[in-house]
Design a protein around this ligand. Structure first.
Ligand code: NAD
Length: 490
């Protein structure tokens, strides 16, 4: 651990509105993927650190849960304005710790603002129902917060993914333990600072940094009522099973292998630029990234255009870095393995060095053709700016390849035929479908969430669908009229 040349002070936990030192004996370096420089260090917190934070969050829940929702969302109206005011600073921080381009970093802060806007609309959405169910007898429903919720987030969206959960869960009356990715813990500090400035009471949102050990402690802790997780499928399964074994409410979002099906009638230029942007945006480190393309029939002219477009994607300019040296090696390993297995590398992003940023972790855009469904590049999540092209004779063969994937986050079809698009929409086994859109992220109020091995649990984490996850429904039956005739139920 080298602390002398760090750009930022060491990361601390944030509990009860104060920065507190962890009891950790181990810390990790926080490295900027842009140039390999040391940004900070992050503690691998202990179970005791977590228990302290849970006690504070439980106490805060007693008061925060009783604040009327119209009052609670006022914090988020102010937070939205503060995000807008601080967008440049927050975007730069996201870029620095994650390695994406500044435009991409700004886009995720803009999405954080949209998520916050949705939370501000929650009072309009969670009104309960009331009905006279028999003479003089009424039933009504009310949404109650769940309690202390824990949110575990990945490295690839340091601002957006924490904001998938913070505004909705907290506006609905919960208090929270946030576990940032140990790889990108800095943006979360800025987020809690803005929320404090917006008037969020101390103790409502707390940060406990760490890695596997703290995640396992979150799953086991009796003071935590619900756990949300976003990350790889392997860990999503572990967290789901472990937290559920303690009878917690759990929703875990996992990895992806998203297929784009390109039909011969697709608009060539629009399709090529969209496929290229979908696979190379955020250096391919998106759970919604296009990772595999299935060229149906003769789509060679579109493949040629994709190669031309890919060559215009320049690392260090309009293509960011990947998260670590290990990630760069893993991605390049996939490309080399595919080549050895007989695939053809049409555009090769291996051994990429950006002048002036020689210590950064860059992989150039990569187009691999003649991939077969059995190859690792066809089956596994690469999480890099790589597209693996397979060939299919018709839509059914393309759908069979897509649906054989254990994942089910997103799938897209490129065509000018409404009938063909409808055919794919109905048959693709994925939670989010794009028609002529390679990264079909639903915008608020629509919710985000995949199927199959890309999500475990019921409902989605954002949008209207998240209301059920962050609340408990109370059903009250009332009779005030003593004269009302009783019947079988009252
Ligand atoms: P990751 O699974 O390695 O880490 C996610 C979180 O889990 C981190 O906070 C990390 O500290 C913790 N963690 C890591 N290993 C653990 C273990 N063994 N036990 C308990 N906790 C552990 O994921 P990542 O590398 O940070 O993020 C990339 C992955 O996230 C990709 O697979 C991507 O597809 C996925 N992702 C999915 C979505 C979605 O909406 N489905 C969104 C963003 C990212």
């Amino acid at each position: 651990m080298a602390t002398l040349t760090m750009k930022y002070p060491e990361v601390k936990n944030y509990v009860g509105g104060k920065y507190v030192s962890s009891k950790a004996s181990k810390h990790l370096d926080v490295i900027s993927p842009l140039d390999g420089s040391l940004l900070s260090t992050v503690p691998l917190s202990t179970k005791e650190d977590l228990s302290d934070a849970v006690s504070v969050a439980r106490k805060a829940f007693e008061t925060w849960s009783k604040v009327p929702i119209k009052e609670r969302v006022q914090v988020f109206f102010r937070y939205k304005t503060l995000l807008e005011k601080n967008i440049v600073e927050l975007s730069k921080l996201v870029q620095e710790e994650n390695g994406k381009t500044l435009d991409e970093a700004r886009a995720e802060v803009e999405k954080s603002i949209e998520l916050t806007e949705f939370a501000c609309s929650l009072p309009q959405l969670i009104g309960g129902e009331i009905l006279e169910v028999s003479k003089g007898v009424e039933c009504r429903t009310d949404y109650y917060p769940v309690g202390v919720v824990a949110c575990i987030v990945p490295f690839n969206f340091p601002s957006m993914v924490p904001n998938w959960t913070i505004p909705n869960a907290i506006a609905l009356g919960n208090t929270m333990i946030l576990k940032p990715s140990e790889v990108v813990p800095l943006s979360c500090i800025k987020i809690v600072e803005l929320l404090k400035e917006a008037g969020l009471p101390d103790g409502v949102l707390n940060i406990v940094n760490g890695d596997r050990e703290i995640v396992e402690a979150i799953c086991d802790h009796p003071g935590i009522d619900a756990v949300s997780f976003v990350g790889s499928t392997k860990v999503a399964k572990l967290v789901y099973a472990r937290a559920a074994s303690h009878f917690k409410r759990v929703l875990t979002l996992g990895g992806a292998k998203n297929h784009l099906m390109v039909l011969p009638d697709a608009h060539p230029a629009m399709t090529a630029s969209n496929v290229t942007a979908s696979m190379s945006g955020c250096a391919g480190q998106r759970c919604m990234a296009a990772s595999a393309m299935i060229a149906v029939g003769n789509s060679q002219h579109i493949i040629d255009m994709i190669c031309e477009d890919a060559k215009k994607v320049v690392p260090g300019q309009n293509l960011g870095a990947v998260i670590s040296k290990g990630a760069k090696e893993r991605i390049e390993g996939y490309i080399t393995e595919a080549e050895k297995q007989g695939a053809k590398i049409l555009v090769d992003g291996r051994n990429c060095v950006v002048k002036g940023k020689e210590n950064g972790f860059y992989v150039g855009p990569t187009v691999i053709d003649y991939v077969t469904p059995d190859m690792s590049v066809a089956r596994e999540e690469i999480f890099g700016p790589v597209i693996s092209i397979m060939r299919a004779k018709d839509i059914d063969e393309a759908l069979a390849i897509e649906n054989a994937s254990p994942y089910g986050n997103a799938a897209a079809v490129f065509t000018q035929s409404g009938g063909a698009a409808r055919y794919v929409i109905e048959r693709a086994s994925a939670g989010m479908i794009g028609v002529n859109i390679g990264v079909p992220v639903p915008r608020e109020p629509f919710s985000f969430g995949g199927w199959n091995d890309s999500k475990f649990g019921v409902g989605d984490l954002t949008g209207k669908s998240s209301i059920e996850f962050w609340t408990k429904l109370k059903k009250t039956t009332t009779k005030w009229n003593a004269e009302a005739k009783t019947n079988w139920m009252s």
